[in-house]
Write a protein that binds this ligand. Structure first.
Ligand code: UDP
Length: 329
């Protein structure tokens, strides 16, 4: 039986496909290539070009392939865009997931692991954040992801769907082979933007806010390597296959770094001075997001292997310096 990875041409999806194939699994990838790249899809995966909102295309796939479980990454994921174009997020993320779940129910596929986000919490009550803490998203992206979690729960009650939601903190880094890495157009994430400076594509990095209630005044985030995230998806799917209960897990390293600390670390890794400039706060940014991933460790047996920021940035730099234009280079 095969694992279906929706959004398997995107950043975290493509890394998960590589880990699944390394583990000897049979993998089917579906992606509409809106933001993903065909070149990011592992050559051993069977590829379907489809939009998850297209029920007829999903029916063809589920009829042709023998799917054991679904890993669902196919969603829009930019906070800023979700604020200026919220309906796109309701359409791609909620409507897309609704069509997907209706196809899964119709075809008797009853296991799904999917991307949720730390943005479901909004401004946290405390750090590190636990899964039972208040969820009150400050942006539409987080709102649609939380609604996806609720949708899974109701569909589970009605149709026996089994699901795991994985709430990622800040995904970063690239695959050890150097074959795949992070590529977004436009790029909005801190580490790839910083690395554009030593790559000669940007003169300086803008620091969004220096007046947060943190030790150096800049935002603190929990940076987690994409290959560790990928492993968590496989563990979560195997947990469901073994009969595990529906659940929600945080995925982070449990350590926070400020924007300034990340820039300093990138200076050490690249040997470049990387000029920075203070800019106003970015709308919707909480001051501090740090995960407690204790539950994923205890229940899923997950153990992030890349817990040094230096090693994470070095792996990102390895990809970006050899692929300055992402998959177009
Ligand atoms: N950030 C920044 N300059 C940039 C991009 C991001 O200062 O050019 C900050 C951003 O405000 C946030 C942190 O870096 O505090 C991480 O942002 P990113 O977009 O990478 O991830 P997010 O936390 O939004 O998921």
């Amino acid at each position: 039986m095969a694992i279906l990875v929706l959004g398997g041409a995107g950043y975290i999806g493509s890394h998960t496909v590589y880990e699944l194939i390394d583990a000897g699994r049979d993998v089917v990838v579906a992606d509409d290539l809106q933001t993903g790249f065909r070149a990011a899809v592992h050559p051993k995966a069977r590829f379907y070009l489809l939009d998850i909102r297209d029920r007829a295309a999903l029916d063809v796939l589920f009829e042709k392939e023998d799917i054991e479980g679904v890993i669902h990454f196919a969603a829009s994921s930019q906070v800023g865009e979700s604020m200026s174009d919220p309906l796109k997020y309701y359409d791609n993320n909620l409507h897309g997931t609704m069509v997907l779940l209706s196809a899964m129910v119709a075809h008797g596929v009853d296991k799904i692991v999917f991307s949720s986000t730390a943005a479901t919490y909004g401004e946290p009550e405390r750090v590190p954040i636990l899964e039972g803490d208040r969820t009150d998203p400050t942006n539409c992206y987080g709102e649609t992801k939380l609604a996806m979690e609720h949708m899974m729960s109701w569909v589970s009650k009605a149709h026996g769907l089994h699901y795991v939601a994985l709430r990622y903190f800040n995904a970063c880094g690239a695959h050890r082979s150097g074959a795949i890495g992070e590529a977004h157009a436009p790029e909005t994430h801190l580490i790839p933007l910083i690395l554009q400076v030593p790559n000669g594509q940007r003169e300086k990095i803008m620091v969004f806010g220096g007046d947060y209630p943190t030790p150096d005044g800049t935002c603190i985030r929990d940076y987690i390597h994409v290959s560790d995230l990928a492993q968590a998806h496989i563990l979560a799917l195997d947990y469901l296959i073994r009969g595990g209960q529906n659940d929600v897990f945080n995925l982070g390293n449990g350590v926070g770094f400020s924007v300034r600390e990340v820039i300093d670390c990138a200076r050490n890794v690249t040997g470049h001075s990387i000029p920075e400039e203070m800019a106003p706060r970015r709308a919707g940014d909480p001051a501090q997001l740090i995960a407690s991933s204790r539950k994923a460790m205890d229940v899923l047996g997950w153990k992030p292997e890349q817990n040094s920021l230096e090693a994470i940035i070095a792996s990102a730099w390895n990809w970006h310096k050899s692929h300055p234009h992402g998959y177009e280079a």
